[in-house]
Ligand binder design. Sequence first.
Ligand code: PXG
Length: 454
Amino acid sequence: MTSNNPQTREWQALSSDHHLAPFSDFKQLKEKGPRIITHAKGVYLWDSEGHQILDGMAGLWCVAIGYGRDELADAASKQMRELPYYNLFFQTAHPPVLELAKAISEIAPAGMNHVFFTGSGSEGNDTMLRMVRHYWAIKGQPNKKVIISRKNGYHGSTVAGASLGGMTYMHEQGDLPIPGIVHIPQPYWFAEGGDMSPEEFGVWAANQLEEKILELGVDNVGAFIAEPIQGAGGVIVPPDSYWPRIKEILAKYDILFVADEVICGFGRTGEWFGSDFYGLKPDMMTIAKGLTSGYIPMGGLIVRDEVVAVLNEGGDFNHGFTYSGHPVAAAVALENIRILREEKIIERVRSETAPYLQKRLRELNDHPLVGEVRGVGLLGAIELVKDKATRARYEGKGVGMICRQFCFDNGLIMRAVGDTMIIAPPLVISKTEIDELVAKARKCLDLTLSVLQG
Ligand code: PXG
């Protein structure tokens, strides 16, 4: 990034000399230099060059209540002065974690009243894997170890998280997945549906779960994990036929169902959880991100009462983290949930801003580059194609990355997953800000098209 500000160059030099950034090509970043984000308010970020940028991704899908809420800073400061740290090992606890566990059980689906806290979503899924296997061992079925997951799902970046995820480019680095995790096809009609209708394809994709259970033998399968809507995979909203068929299959076989709610949880779909949106009945739900609006790291696993009843008979669960239920993170999460509830932010998403965003986004369907616009709640995806009818891509042109760069340069953060542009703005985005987002998106689609035509 070229800079007018000497301080930007200083920071970029620090990055080059000392920092290794996640999910980055280290050498390329060294040469290019990162964009330095210095402050933020509401749905806007500012970089060190003074550019104001509309954050269409809520950070990394997490800043639900928007940037700059003093109440969260005050909650952290108060808790740091009172009790900055204590652990939950060795039969101790502290008020913020207990109050937070209660608040979460009030908003979680019925019958899900216990929470195991972690420092991140990845740790939540590591916890899930160990808890699922522990659960079946207690029930006298220790062979029920295999976790079925989905190709192109995202469940984190720890060894278990990346193994549960279905990202092949992650598996390739580090000899993953670890044993006992298998992947079935994803319900991504636009890319993989072929000649099937979306509804036919949804049933086909769901049936892959049953086929896999039968292939492995139900006595060897511990759980199925899935995001209600795949986020990092490209905001993949399954066809309407998918979840009802999965529910039928789950009802038929004695396996646990884990909803990874790290992105869908805390209001993204206009309901508290993606499971509420689709009427799912998970045994466990992984949470993170929106739990604290990203102001401080925290994740967890919400567990159904019947599962807890079995775990209660199993002696020690030999698992936990130094920062499980960290008091400062818990105090921030509690304040975040208070704001979500008292300001009726999720109700507003459901009744007002989600329908508006979805309507405005779909206007982009008339653009020559756009093959499909889809979305639910405040999640959206725009598929970039060469041919609308056949859904053929511009192969090898990196169209998504071209569009992403135009977005950055024109004051909008919109991510690219291959040639799929995705958005997930803060839940507090207003209609006027949605208008700005859609106008900027259209402008960047035009600029991208002109590069392809030039
Ligand atoms: N599950 C889901 C569904 C996620 O989206 C995790 C688990 C892991 O959470 P932690 O807190 O360990 O990161 C995630 C995280 C991307 C991107 O490129 C998405 C995530 C993380 C990093 C990058 O969209 N999601």
